[in-house]
Design a protein around this ligand. Structure first.
Ligand code: PBG
Ligand code: ZN
Length: 339
């Protein structure tokens, strides 16, 4: 049959939402959510050395870089329209307290200076603030004995966390993003930054960060898996939603400027609730495992990578996030460019 041949009933359907779907130009006009390279933050991994460009097995297209190759990588991404980056460091040495995180010559500090020198204010440099990459035990802070069990000592970790942040700010970080889920971390960092003269450096707090299986590939990339136990005493239980709102409320009260929900895809409800409740800038972290699943299925030819990636990122924005940290950033910027 030819479209329109069936004689219309005058009474049914009452509503015809398809009217706004026939013409692609109308679809564009009424589209509610737009993806843009402006809203993407690209995570990057840096380690000591020169000329390093080691692909991360479970994260195709993502590399461990040295400061020199990092400068080139950021330049190339900037040319694609990506302006914001978050840095993760893999240090020269690890010890019980993660002391390499605090050094002026630390890997992230060096990288910040190199990037600033090469790219000036054309790039926004965000630093992940945590100790799991720097401690020999792989936990996110200093350990203490809690009734025979080793656990992260919350209050002993706060001052060194503040020191790490100040050190990164001194080296040129534009935004400080603490990810360790320590109680009181935002207040400790805000005070540390203010006392050091960085009262205008914003904090993007990983406020609602879940103890997630989706971090697997990242822990390989950052060489940061816990050597024993898990992160369940500091990261959140995936079963909880109200608790995320409490975490966000606390971090905002302590001075967070922007907050993050992580991971993204299994937590779209959390993104939506946080946005509706607080109306502050919300970042969502489309984490390594979410990325790896798409890449693996696409490599097998089981899904259309471009279509699925754009659908996922659009859904993360539609849920209420303003910005997305994603390993797909380069691909997406290219696709958006090609139109
Ligand atoms: C460090 C940190 C992690 C991620 C970001 N910062 C790992 C973890 O908490 O174990 C995960 C990012 C990703 O999976 O892409 N605390
Ligand atoms: Zn950590």
């Amino acid at each position: 049959p030819i479209c329109g041949d069936t004689p219309p009933s005058t009474t049914f359907p009452v509503a015809r939402p398809r009217r706004l779907r026939y013409n692609p130009l109308v679809r564009e006009l009424v589209r509610e959510t737009e993806l843009s390279a402006h809203d993407l933050i690209l995570p990057l991994f840096v380690r000591p050395g020169a000329g390093v460009r080691q692909e991360i097995g479970s994260m195709p297209g993502n590399f461990q870089l040295s400061p020199d190759t990092l400068v080139d990588e950021v330049g190339a991404a900037r040319d694609l329209g990506i302006k914001a980056f978050i840095l993760f460091g893999i240090p020269e040495f690890k010890d019980a307290t993660g002391s390499s995180a605090l050094k002026d010559e630390g890997i992230v500090q060096q990288s910040l200076r190199a990037l600033r020198k090469a790219h000036g204010s054309n790039v926004l440099l965000i630093t992940d603030e945590c100790f799991c990459e720097y401690t020999d035990h792989g936990h996110c802070g200093i350990l203490c004995d809690r009734g025979g069990i080793l656990d992260v000592d919350n209050d002993a970790t706060l001052p060194i966390l503040a020191q790490q942040c100040v050190s990164h700010a001194k080296a040129g970080a534009d935004v400080i993003a603490p990810s360790g889920m320590m109680d009181g971390m935002v207040r400790a960092i805000r005070t540390g930054l203010d006392d050091a003269g960085f009262q205008n450096v914003p904090i993007l707090s990983y406020a609602a960060k879940y103890a997630s299986g989706f971090y697997g590939p990242f822990r390989e990339a950052a060489e940061s898996p816990p050597s024993f136990g898990d992160r369940n005493t500091y990261q959140m239980d995936p079963a909880n939603g109200d608790e995320a709102l409490k975490e966000v409320a606390i971090d905002l009260a302590e001075g967070a400027d922007m907050i993050m929900v992580k991971p993204a895809l299994s937590y779209l409800d959390i993104i939506r609730r946080v946005k509706e409740r607080f109306q502050v800038p919300v970042a969502a972290y489309n984490v390594s495992g979410e990325f790896a699943m798409v890449k693996a299925a696409a490599q097998k030819g089981w899904i259309d990578e471009r279509r699925v990636t754009l659908e996922i990122l659009t859904s993360i924005r539609r849920a209420g996030s303003d910005m997305i940290l994603t390993y797909h950033a380069r691909d997406v910027a290219k696709w958006l460019r090609a139109g």
